[in-house]
Design a protein. Structure first.
Length: 412
């Protein structure tokens, strides 16, 4: 546990390390708070992170940097991690939680960009544009309607009906698709979309199957030879979710056999770590297969929005103690601090902690202006605003409690 007393306003400067070419707007926001920011264009290996993180208070990453328990154990100064993307499966969230390190992400910011990519890919595959453009580059004029179709009236099967799946549903329906979906969670259907009772039922009806599931371990290997065999003959397949979800070798076999008419993939089980590194896949070289380098959310609009959103969460956490939309700590939407003194207290979630805190405050005649307490699993987080700074003896009592993970203060 990190039983520390830390006044965040004494961190001069707060040191920030941003990896993987995060949008400059994040740098602007964090530097405007007086933070010292270092921006790298690439990810770091575990060994490199072990060397880089001591002295770093805030870390920003995208999908190619993996934060293991070992890395977090060797980051004694780390307060928070910002995942400038949707997924957080590259972070050991349990290890971060146990160490009191907040993790934030951007669950909504690139939704539209992913949806537009998927729509474009479906239309391109339906018209066999990858094959036709390649022939044109080779000097072959192949003006034929064979194998080309409109998407209007086709059935789109969406596997995973979360933020991206539901927005895709809305856009696809406007284009004339009949939309069906399958999700293990209870999701409200948008428009005229229809829920399927099973994945097999969706596969049997869909002209296009598109995956939008998350990176939880249970989704590994979700889509393999059995699932491809159950798809309609000459249907299309899209994966813009996670690479580990799909067996790419099985997909190749079904494309080569002609059972699957075309596919588009933006994610892969193994992806290059840096710009320009070689890319290997069994799907390379196939007609009517679109391969893109994990760019579903890589538009200028999405990256700027992600940079703005996650940097704002990190700044609010450091400056106000707000954990709103943290994926691993109890969430407090702390208001702008008006009182002269604020205490943030992350603790083990056991009965009586709040009563004990307030007993200490009362003992020292502390006038509480506002107090906010949520719990999440094994932890609780109390933010207390007071009219005047707490006496050092009161802070020491809180700091020395067996239930303390960390204690931080803010003073006007």
């Amino acid at each position: 546990m990190r039983g520390v007393h830390l006044s965040l306003l004494t961190l001069v400067p707060v040191k920030v390390l941003l990896l993987e070419n995060i949008h400059p707007v994040a740098v602007e926001i964090l530097e405007s708070k007086g933070f010292e920011v270092e921006l790298l264009t690439h990810s770091l290996s575990e060994a490199e992170l072990l060397d880089a993180l001591p002295g770093v208070h805030l870390l920003g990453i995208r999908s190619h940097t993996t934060l293991t328990a070992k890395v977090l154990d060797n980051a004694p100064d780390l307060l928070a991690v910002g995942c400038f993307c949707i997924g957080t499966n590259q972070v050991n969230l349990d290890a971060a939680r146990d160490r009191g390190i907040a993790v934030f992400n951007a669950p909504y910011s690139n939704t539209r960009s992913v949806v537009e990519l998927v729509i474009g890919e479906i239309i391109a595959l339906a018209r066999r544009l990858p094959e036709k453009t390649q022939k044109m580059h080779e000097g072959v004029w192949d003006k034929s309607a064979k194998g080309s179709h409109e998407v209007r009236g086709r059935t789109l099967g969406i596997v995973g009906y979360g933020n991206i799946g539901t927005q895709l549903s809305n856009v696809a329906e406007a284009l004339g698709f009949r939309v069906i979906f399958f999700d293990t969670a209870d999701r409200l259907a948008h428009g005229t979309a229809r829920r399927m009772r099973s994945l097999d039922e969706l596969l049997a009806e869909s002209d296009v199957v598109t995956l939008h599931v998350d990176g939880r371990p249970g989704n590994a290997g979700l889509f393999g030879a059995d699932q491809f065999a159950k798809m309609k003959p000459r249907s299309l397949f899209i994966n813009a979710s996670r690479g580990m979800v799909v067996d790419d070798v099985a997909l190749r076999e079904h494309i080569v056999s002609g059972h699957i008419a075309g596919a588009a993939l933006d994610v892969f089980p193994i992806e290059p770590k840096a710009q320009g590194d070689p890319f290997e896949s069994p799907l390379r070289g196939l007609d009517n297969v679109i391969l893109t380098p994990h760019v579903g959310g890589s538009t200028q609009e999405a990256q700027e929005e992600i940079g703005y959103f996650v940097a704002g969460k990190l700044a609010s956490y450091v400056g106000q103690g707000s954990t709103a939309l943290s994926v691993n700590l109890p969430e407090v939407q702390a208001p702008e601090r008006e009182a002269s003194f604020r205490v943030g207290y992350l603790h083990v979630n056991v009965p009586g902690v709040l009563a004990g805190i307030n007993s200490i405050l009362a003992e020292h005649d502390v006038n509480v202006v506002g107090q906010y307490l949520p719990t999440r699993g094994a932890q609780g987080y109390v933010v207390t605003d007071a009219a005047a700074p707490l006496p050092q003896v009161a802070l020491a009592q809180l700091r020395e409690s067996d239930h303390t993970i960390w204690l931080r203060t803010w003073t006007s």
